[in-house]
Design a protein around this ligand. Structure first.
Ligand SMILES: [Fe+2]
Length: 385
């Protein structure tokens, strides 16, 4: 029987090649006197991607300042620097350009700008009780999903944890899914972020609070990402595949904003608080091992995942089908040439106990259908080593 459920919608998704040409009109619809803070990183600026955005703003006589201090796994210090930058230049709209780190940083800046004080006091759900500045998101990688939901993650270096802040005021009003902003992604980043997006869809589809609306989004996202990620990652001229993976990623973002994720993200967030290994790479390494652990609890759903990934499940039991899905995920990661072992990215067993303890406190752990103990998580990490 279906349980009662909520599904929040909010972000207007503007998609397609050169869709950023609509940026000026969108910004003017949000403010009669816009003054934009572009929140990005130096890599995006140096690659000439930010310039494509500033050209749009120049053409539309919209004033802006570029804050390019975003770092991977956003830290409290960067968020506070961004807030000070916003105050100094008296800006009134946040335009995040980049991967999840840029979008999450912009969201966190919006929170402390609106509510004041330190970011730590907003950790958790619905702690901001006033309006925040509008946010527009332009993802330049696939994985984030942050462009279409109301959550942000900020690394607390003191506690070595990722704080999750969820509040509707930081859901971007608009997201531009423009392959021109992604098609030249280095293959390794394209591959890792595509598998991050796939992980979002699989974890959301098997979340304890999955529902028909998120199921529809996730199954089609899994299909789009699986069928198009190899070409999107390997070829820097395949606009169609790039668009399809990017849209799949956004669909998964819409879904997991409502369902949460699972044990892969609980563990990768924990490792991400301790090391600076890229989030997408960690997820790609962990995904098949966590799926094998989860298999007894979700074999029917994993089998359905395999079907939309193109595996022939005719006459096969759920358990056998779920095992084939795990192998299909491994094949895809190998095809995308992503590291397959934790030791390949410099992680050793020294951090496994600490990782397991932190992972058990991550909100996504609560959405995982199979309960895991500290020992179970340590075993998953040992298998993935
Ligand atoms: Fe992720």
């Amino acid at each position: 029987m279906l349980m009662n459920a909520r599904f929040a919608m909010g972000t207007e998704v503007i998609q397609g090649r050169n869709s950023i040409e609509e940026m000026g009109a969108v910004i003017k619809s949000l403010s009669s006197k816009p003054s934009v803070m572009i929140c990005t990183d130096k890599g995006i600026v140096n690659a000439g991607i930010a310039k494509k955005i500033t050209e749009q703003l120049d053409e539309n006589d919209i004033s802006y300042q570029v804050f390019d201090e975003v770092v991977p796994n956003p830290k409290i210090k960067t968020v506070e620097e961004g807030r000070d930058f916003l105050h100094k230049h008296d800006l009134n709209l946040l335009l995040a350009v980049g991967g999840g780190s840029s979008i999450d940083t912009a969201k966190a800046i919006a929170v402390i700008h609106a509510g004041g004080g330190e970011i730590e006091r907003y950790e958790g759900r619905d702690k901001l009780d006033c309006d925040a500045l509008p946010i527009i998101a332009v993802p330049t990688t696939y994985g984030t999903g942050s462009e279409a939901n109301k959550a942000t993650l900020v690394t607390n270096e003191k506690t070595k944890t990722k704080m999750v802040i969820v509040t509707p005021q930081i859901q971007p009003t608009h997201a531009f899914i423009d392959p021109e902003m992604m098609v030249k992604l280095p293959a390794a980043i394209g591959a890792a972020t595509a598998v991050d997006a796939l992980t979002h869809a699989i974890e959301s589809y098997t979340s304890k609070i999955a529902q028909p609306i998120t199921d529809g989004l996730n199954l089609h996202a899994i299909s789009l990402i699986t069928m198009n990620a190899p070409s999107a990652a390997m070829r820097q001229d395949d606009y169609e595949s790039t668009t399809k993976v990017a849209i799949g990623s956004t669909m998964a973002g819409m879904a997991f904003g409502n369902t949460g994720l699972g044990l892969v993200h609980a563990i990768s967030h924990a490792i991400g608080g301790i090391t600076d290994v890229a989030h997408g790479v960690l997820n790609a390494i962990l995904l098949p091992y966590v799926m094998e652990f989860n298999l007894p609890a979700v074999s029917d759903r994993y089998r359905q995942v395999g079907e939309v990934m193109g595996v022939d499940m005719n006459g096969i039991s759920d358990v056998e089908g779920a095992k084939m899905t795990c192998e299909k995920v491994r094949e895809l990661c190998q095809l995308l040439e992503i590291p397959t072992r934790l030791k390949d990215v410099g992680i050793s067993s020294d951090i496994f106990e600490e990782t397991a303890i932190i992972a058990l406190k991550d909100g996504n752990y609560l959405r995982n259908r199979r309960e895991a103990t500290k020992k179970d998580i340590q075993n998953i990490l040992l298998n993935a080593l």
